[in-house]
Design a protein around this ligand. Sequence first.
Ligand code: S3P
Length: 169
Amino acid sequence: MQHRPIAFIGPMGSGKSRVAEQLARRLDRPCLDLDTEVEQRARQSIATIFASAGETRFRELECAALRDVLVDTSAVIATGGGVVLAERNRDLLKKHAIVVWLQADLPTRLERMRDERAQRPLLHGDDPAATLAKLDAIRTPLYRETADIMVETSGLNVDEVTDQVVMML
Ligand code: S3P
């Protein structure tokens, strides 16, 4: 029997992509990154999609990509921080995957994203900390509602977070 896929959710900078890669290696399963999937389908970077077509279009592409990647897979999947905004995505994740919520405090997330902010259109304003806090207010209850497991990652490296996830699966 095929394993259930494992999907990581959580805010930008919580480490979803790196931990998903590491966990996939340990479990010898394929790894999928939903942002990469969207970029490959659109043949554009996330930043370009946001700039040329807007966030609504990005969310449509994200939704279609999630539906497709969850079908018939045992992969470890890293999602984007906003995937939980759509009820349909939350339902899909709950139905098909073991959902792991990676949490991290704000300073940790900002530090992890220090050199990568250009790739994250939602952080282009001059006060990323305030932006993240606003997103948290909306999204934290949605992460909680969707997750089977929560791992606090502040102060932990990728290996240590992966250890925690393996213990909790
Ligand atoms: C987003 C998070 C990004 C990416 C897009 C929007 C969000 O993914 O999907 O920029 O709404 O939080 P990461 O969480 O992997 O940075």
